[in-house]
Design a binder for this molecule. Structure first.
Ligand SMILES: *Cc1c(COP(=O)(O)O)cnc(C)c1O
Length: 355
């Protein structure tokens, strides 16, 4: 089998060595004579997986011993759109609208109270990040999306706000260094940069909870999961385990700092070709370009079939843009080897030679 160069936006590429360890654990987990798929989630072996996964997520982000709790929940990042509002929205919340996912988060929050959209980039089909907006100080929290997976834009700065700061980091968690203690809550569906689909990392500062007057059903209440160390009900055992393997891999490689260096190199390589090669143009505003998802188009649409043929023949997978943007999207998550980007750049140059 020839391995593909996988630029898929999610579920995404994971490190090859993680696939190997993960498959071994299906056959025999920790030399227990049992598969990871058949052990009790209350077994000592799995309890220690969950513990390590929660601790390592905080360690990688520099959030240990700072009043944060890490949870691995189910329902995807989409479930967090409503859980954040359910748990935090008493009267009014402020949201920054930077794309499809932010729009969906806003829609869910409106079930629970008033939503102030502080700014939106919808006027240009979300190809930039709005700046210089004012966040109302009387809102219960401010919600933003650090990386817009579909449109290929990424927030480079997060202004400090006086109210709790909540961020959907689904598609760039663990990809760059930052002072993460600015955030009061971070959530991320695992399948973009951390693991397989099926679990969502939620990191929450405990002191922002308990401020709403409504009653919250147990499964949707962060306090339930915090009290039970993320084991209130059966967690997504395998998804958590493979996420742990990926986090261990990141840690071994030098943590978020090393990931960022590599991600910057990969992104620079591709964007410089997009800017150099006259057959291509970038979709997102340059200053807001994402290091994770690069969106671009052909300048001459009639070359589409030829380009598609070339990259497919080279073993590239997952390059088609999202239906709401069209064109192409190259997702360059942590585990994507630089060689994959070089290969894509070569194909772009080959198109130039043949056009
Ligand atoms: C993919 C994605 C989501 C949705 O994640 P699900 O786990 O499928 O619910 C939300 N936000 C962002 C930024 C995403 O990239």
């Amino acid at each position: 089998m020839m391995k593909k160069y996988n630029f898929s936006a999610g579920p995404c590429i994971l490190p090859q060595e993680v696939f190997q360890e993960a498959s071994q654990a299906i056959l025999d987990f920790n030399n227990s004579g049992l598969s990871i798929l058949e052990i009790s989630h209350r077994s000592a072996d799995f309890v220690s997986v969950m513990e390590e996964a929660r601790n390592l997520s905080l360690k990688l982000l520099g959030l240990e011993n700072k009043g944060y709790k890490a949870l691995f929940l189910q329902g995807g990042a989409s479930m967090q759109f409503l859980m954040t509002a359910y748990n935090l929205l008493e009267k009014k919340a402020a949201y920054l609208n930077t794309g499809t996912w932010a729009t969906k988060a806003i829609k869910e929050a409106k079930f629970f109270g008033e939503v102030v959209e502080v700014a939106s980039s919808k006027d240009k089909n979300f190809n930039y990040i709005p700046k210089n907006y004012k966040v109302p100080t009387d809102a219960d929290y401010f919600h933003c999306t650090s990386n817009n997976t579909i449109f290929g834009t990424q927030m480079k700065e997060f202004s400090s706000v006086a109210i709790p700061l909540v961020c959907d980091m689904s598609s760039d968690i663990f990809s760059r260094e930052m002072d993460f203690s600015k955030f009061d809550m971070i959530y991320a569906g695992a399948q973009k940069n951390m693991g397989p689909a099926g679990t969502t990392l939620v990191i929450i500062k405990e002191d922002i909870l308990g401020k709403v007057s409504r009653e919250i059903p147990s499964m949707l209440n962060y306090k339930t999961h915090i009290e039970k160390d993320s084991m209130f009900n059966t967690p997504a055992v395998y998804a958590v385990y493979v996420s742990l393997l990926t986090m261990r891999w990141m840690d071994r490689k030098g943590g978020v700092k090393a990931m960022e260096e590599l991600n910057n190199k990969k992104a620079a390589l591709l964007y410089s070709e997009i800017d150099r090669n006259e057959l291509f143009k970038g979709y997102a505003e340059k200053e807001d370009r994402s290091t994770m998802n690069a969106t671009f188009n052909l300048t001459d649409e009639s070359l589409k079939d030829r380009f598609d043929e070339l990259w497919k023949a080279e073993g590239i997978n997952g390059l088609n843009g999202h239906r709401s943007v069209g064109g192409y999207r190259a997702s360059m998550y942590n585990a994507l080897p630089p060689h994959s980007v070089t290969t894509l750049v070569e194909v772009m140059q080959e198109l130039e030679r043949k056009a």
